[in-house]
Every structure is written in structure tokens, then in C-alpha cells.
Write a new protein. Structure first.
Length: 623
């Protein structure tokens, strides 16, 4: 097809209706897959759909081009109803090379749409992908609706149809083929091009020739589908019925950053955030660095230990000290976190969990840091632990972690994970007036008050900025006298202080609202979950109840201390199922604390649970 025919006058084609669609973009790690996947999701939110996304990319900065190890993927589901997961299988797969096709085609539903770039199926391309035969010619893809597109050639035809503001090489022009593919997908599923055109201008505005080339490719992909007889119709997914308000497309890391900013604003405190770059938590530092105008200070530390100590220093100086890391960094920070427990300083530690041990799977998700968060420090060293359930929920969970840290003068660990951090969904932006108040009063005058006096309800000691005249006091990791704050080696005092620190954390149960039970309040099966398993669990439980099964769901935000009513709830059900992306860490705690035979469902593949996996476990337990 020539460039003239690519941009020919479109013809009117029928439009089909869909309630939801799952799409998977796949290509080489340098093909811009994450860019077009994220932009398509943003467009869906702009058009009123509910969405859930799942970026899936290699850990290497530049994995071998054209190989399965280098495949970058982006899965999303959008619909006109509540969407809870990125989908168990895809309705459409866009594969930009043989490796992407080989790695991801097994997830494509029968009769699903398959778009392949035939310009990348040469002999060398097939060899890199370890294809023994050409899948486009061996009938192995017959059960799909396959559309073969000369994507590279058509992109060049569109990009170079007329002079650009400045010259581009063929290689630079070829890099626009991801937007040609995005234009095709936008046509197939009735998405407006306007949000993406605005994105291109904002992203590449300083280089007009690149912006123009990408816009030409995007529009050409749309018009190509309009003018090709193979694409007989497009599909429309109408807007979802969502609560009124202002929404934005947000990832878990973005929501985490905004939660910290909101807590600082509500408390009237500066935020001091110190972090060492680590996947998948690094983006929180990038996000927070944009908010200097809102009294947010950021520092990139030389290592994880320094970052934790700098955060403690921020709290010493009267700010809310914060840091973020992943599993390997949490290991390194634990001694400093113990110092924060001992000195009773409010510090928020964000842990974005990933596959381990050691370096493990840096870009893949896991939930294996729960025990490290609760018990991972030396000595009796309790602290609160809370977790978010969805990307947008990271906002309120981080805000709550900040509130508890300030009120109880304690470090708090907030658990996210790679699936939440990089995934995205619509977020209903809350009004500042609706956020819970945060009282961050600091002691600045003597008036007979001592720094180590405590609040009679929370057992939190006074928050005094280090060096405040007349309120100087000892700080450090050595044990303190329970009354004076002086260093003490008395055995009875140490036991009393140990019980006091535990009682302070245990007392947070007063802050925990009644546990919400989705489904029957007693019955055959309760599915207990935490963190990012929420969407798959809820979907599976809803399906089970629709089939007449007695299945309920409880999802935990507060993991230490656990909700005070949880024990009573667990005893109302004949069986309890606990899905986790680990080898059964919450299961271990629940079985020990409540002495019930909770059944673990464990997955350690670096991938989130599917609805089918939990549905199968439900069927097995209720058979």
C-alpha cells in the first residue's frame, strides 16, 4: 500500500458493541510498548471507561533485541462496568516481532484479533526468536483472526510522505511504528486520537520533527484500518457508570507520591523524602521531586542505609521523614528502622515488593516481604504495617501510614508491590476537606512538659525538634528510662519499655474500622487477602456467589496490628482460603494467631493471580 492510499479518504464501516476488551501490546524492549500502552489506558480513562493495566517488561536495560528475553508487554482491560483485573486472556494481541508473538500468543483467546508486523518476520528475526518455522505460514495461528501488516514500510511511507520540520533518518522514522500500531488499535476499539496527539506534543515538543513524525504515524494507522477491506468493523466500549467527580489516570507509584504530599499538606509539615534508586520504587522519588512548591524536599542517597538514616534525620528536624525501597533495600534499612522505633520518630517506609531473593526478579511482582516488614528487625521491635489493594488505593494507604506515624510517633511500613506500582486505573480525586485530619503538634515550649512525657491514650511521646532550647534530650539506640529518657540498663526498665513499645503499636486497633465482609457474613468459605490480590479475589468471589456458592471476601489493609474483629469473623466460616504471591506468609500468621486451618493458595511466578486460578481453588475447596 502506498503512502497516498494510507491517507486516502476513509469509508464508513459498521461498529460493534462490547462491554469490555482486553488488549496486549508486545514488542522489543526498545519499541516503545510501555509508552503506547500507557497512553491507550490514559485515553480510555479520558473517554469514561474503567481500566486496569499490567505493564510487564524485562529487567535488563537493553535485553538482546529480537529475543524472548527482550519482550516488553503491556496488558490492559477497559470496560463500561467495574474493571478489577487486567484480564485472564486477551481479545487482541499486537505483536511487533516473532519473539513477542511466541512469548504472548498463548494468552490470546480463540478467534481473538492478532496484529503482526510482517516486516519483522525475516529469517534472522525468526532465528533470534528460536522459531523452527515461520508461524505466519505454518497454520499454527489459524484459530485467531490474524491481520498481517507491513508495519515498518507503512510507517516510513506515512512519516516521509512530505518534508518534516527537520530531517530524520530511516531508523528514527522506524521508531514511530509503535504509534502506527496504536492508531490501528484506536480505530479498532473506537478510541479518540486527541489525547495521544496532545501527549505527543507534550512529550516531543522540543523536537518538532519527531512530534510531527509520530503524529503522522498515529493518524496513518487509523486511516489504514478505515481503508483496508480486511478490517470490516470496529468495536465500541461505552463509558462506565462511575461515581461523579474528577478522575485521572494514575499508577500506584504516582498515587503513593501524592499520598505523601497530601499528608504533609494536611499536617502542615514539610515532607523530607530520601531514597536510593531501586526497581520498582524509583519512580516515587522522581514524582516527589516535582513538588518543591508544596514543601517537599527530596534527596537521592548514596545507599539504602543512608536513605533510611536521612529520613530519620528529617523527622528529628521536624519534617515527616520518608523513604522508599524494595525487598533488598528493606533488608539494608532494618537496623536504621530499629533506631526509629527506639527513638520513637515518625517515619514512613514505602516497600514496593518484587520477586526475590537477592536481586531476584527486579521488574516482576511478589508479596514476599510481609514477614520481613513485621518481624524483620533484631530484638522486640514492633511497628505498624499497612498495605494497599489497588493502584489508586496507594494514595489513601500512604496517607493513612503517614497519619499513624505522626499520631503514634512510630515508623510505619507501607507495603506496595510491582503490580500496584506500575499498574494504573482511574482515580477519583478526593477533596482535601474530606481527608482525615492529621494533628502534627510539636513541642516548642517548656512549660513543665518533658520530651519523654507520653500521651495517655496513644502512649506516643512528645515530638521535639532536635536542639529546641530548653527541650534538649538524649536520642540514640541505647535503651531509655521510661520516665526520664536517660540511658538505662536496668532489666525491669527494659522489660517495661519493651511492653510499652508493643502496647503502643497494639493500641492502633482503636483506629481500625470494622472489617468489611463482601458476601455472606457466615458460610462455607471466606477468602482472606491483602495487597494487590484484591481484584482477582473479588472477581472470583463474585462469580462464585453468582453461581450460588456461599463465598465471602475480606481484604486486609492493616497487617500489624490485625483488625480486632478478624478472629471472630474467621470462625464463622467452615473454610478459609488465603491467596498470596509468596509461600504463605499471611497464612502462617493467621494459623498461629487464630489457630484455624487456613488453606494457603500460593503463586511465586512474578505474575499476579488470575481470576481462573482463584476460581479453581474455590471449586476444589467446595467440592
Amino acid at each position: 500500500m502506498s503512502s497516498a492510499s494510507v491517507l486516502a479518504q476513509p469509508t464508513k464501516k459498521p461498529v460493534g458493541q462490547r462491554t469490555d476488551v482486553v488488549i496486549y501490546f508486545a514488542g522489543d524492549s526498545g519499541d516503545g510498548i510501555q509508552a503506547i500502552g500507557g497512553q491507550f489506558g490514559h485515553t480510555c480513562v479520558r473517554m469514561g471507561n474503567d481500566i486496569v493495566t499490567f505493564p510487564d517488561f524485562p529487567a535488563e536495560i537493553r535485553a538482546p533485541a529480537g529475543t524472548k528475553a527482550g519482550v516488553s508487554g503491556y496488558q490492559l482491560q477497559f470496560g463500561n462496568h467495574e474493571v478489577l483485573t487486567p484480564g485472564d486472556g486477551y481479545d487482541a494481541l499486537i505483536a511487533l516481532n516473532p519473539a513477542a508473538l511466541q512469548a504472548r500468543v498463548k494468552g490470546l483467546k480463540d478467534n481473538g484479533l492478532l496484529i503482526v508486523n510482517t516486516d519483522k518476520f525475516g529469517e534472522l528475526d525468526l532465528k533470534k526468536a528460536q522459531c523452527k518455522t515461520n508461524p505466519l505460514e505454518d497454520s499454527s495461528l489459524d484459530r485467531y483472526q490474524m491481520f498481517k501488516v507491513e508495519l515498518t514500510r507503512l510507517t516510513r511511507a506515512a512519516v516521509f510522505e512530505s518534508p518534516l520540520p527537520a530531517p530524520l533518518s530511516n531508523r528514527e522514522g522506524d521508531r514511530c511504528q509503535n504509534f502506527f500500531a496504536l492508531g490501528m488499535v484506536c480505530w479498532l476499539f473506537g478510541r479518540s486520537l486527541d489525547p495521544t496527539l496532545q501527549y505527543i506534543d507534550a512529550k516531543f515538543g522540543k523536537r518538532a520533527e519527531i512530534a510531527e513524525a509520530n503524529k503522522r504515524a498515529l493518524k496513518a494507522g487509523w486511516v489504514y484500518c478505515e481503508n483496508t477491506d480486511a478490517y470490516v468493523s470496529s468495536f465500541e466500549v461505552t463509558a462506565a457508570k462511575m461515581a461523579p467527580g474528577l478522575y485521572r489516570h494514575i499508577t500506584g507509584n504516582q498515587a503513593t507520591a501524592l499520598g505523601l504530599v497530601a499528608a504533609g499538606q494536611k499536617a502542615g509539615l514539610p515532607i523530607f523524602f530520601a531514597s536510593y534508586p531501586i526497581t520498582p520504587a524509583s519512580d516515587i522519588l522522581h514524582q516527589l521531586s516535582r513538588y518543591k512548591n508544596l514543601n517537599v524536599m527530596t534527596a537521592q542517597a548514596e545507599d539504602e542505609i543512608a536513605a533510611a538514616c536521612m529520613a530519620i534525620g528529617g523527622s528529628y528536624a521536624g519534617a515527616l521523614g520518608c523513604t522508599a525501597t524494595s525487598g533488598p533495600g528493606l533488608d539494608l534499612k532494618q537496623e536504621a528502622i530499629s533506631l526509629a522505633v527506639s527513638t520513637e520518630m515518625p517515619v514512613v517506609i514505602v516497600v514496593v515488593q518484587r520477586g526475590g531473593p537477592s536481586t531476584g526478579l527486579p521488574t516482576k511482582t511478589e508479596q514476599a516481604d510481609l514477614l520481613a516488614a513485621i518481624f524483620g528487625r533484631h530484638g522486640e521491635c514492633p511497628l505498624p504495617v499497612i498495605a494497599a489493594s489497588t493502584p489508586s488505593d496507594c494514595y489513601m494507604a500512604t496517607y493513612e501510614a503517614s497519619r499513624i506515624a505522626i499520631k503514634y510517633r512510630t515508623p510505619v511500613i507501607f507495603l506496595s508491590d510491582g503490580y500496584l506500582a506500575n499498574g494504573a486505573e482511574p482515580w477519583l480525586i478526593p477533596a482535601a476537606k474530606d481527608l482525615p485530619p492529621i494533628n502534627a503538634k510539636q513541642l516548642v515550649e517548656v512549660n513543665g512538659v518533658k520530651p519523654f512525657q507520653r500521651d495517655t491514650e496513644t502512649q506516643a511521646r512528645q515530638w521535639v525538634r532536635i536542639g529546641t532550647p530548653g527541650l534538649e534530650h538524649r536520642v540514640g539506640g541505647l535503651e531509655k528510662d521510661i520516665g526520664s529518657g536517660n540511658i538505662s540498663y536496668d532489666p525491669d526498665n527494659h522489660e517495661n519499655m519493651t511492653h510499652l513499645r508493643k502496647a503502643k503499636v497494639d493500641g492502633i486497633v482503636r483506629e481500625i474500622p470494622p472489617t468489611v465482609i463482601a458476601g455472606p457474613t457466615s458460610g462455607d468459605l471466606l477468602i482472606l487477602g491483602w495487597g494487590s490480590t484484591y481484584g482477582a479475589i473479588k472477581s472470583a468471589a463474585d462469580l462464585a456467589r453468582a453461581a450460588g456458592k456461599s463465598v465471602a471476601q475480606v481484604h486486609l489493609r492493616y497487617l500489624n496490628p490485625l483488625p480486632p474483629d478478624l478472629g471472630d469473623i474467621l470462625k464463622r466460616y467452615k473454610k478459609v482460603l488465603i491467596p498470596e504471591m509468596n509461600l504463605g506468609q499471611l497464612s502462617l500468621i493467621v494459623r498461629a494467631k487464630y489457630v484455624i486451618p487456613a488453606q494457603p493458595l500460593n503463586k511465586i511466578k512474578g505474575q499476579p493471580f488470575t481470576i481462573t486460578e482463584i476460581t479453581n481453588a474455590i471449586d476444589t475447596l467446595l467440592t
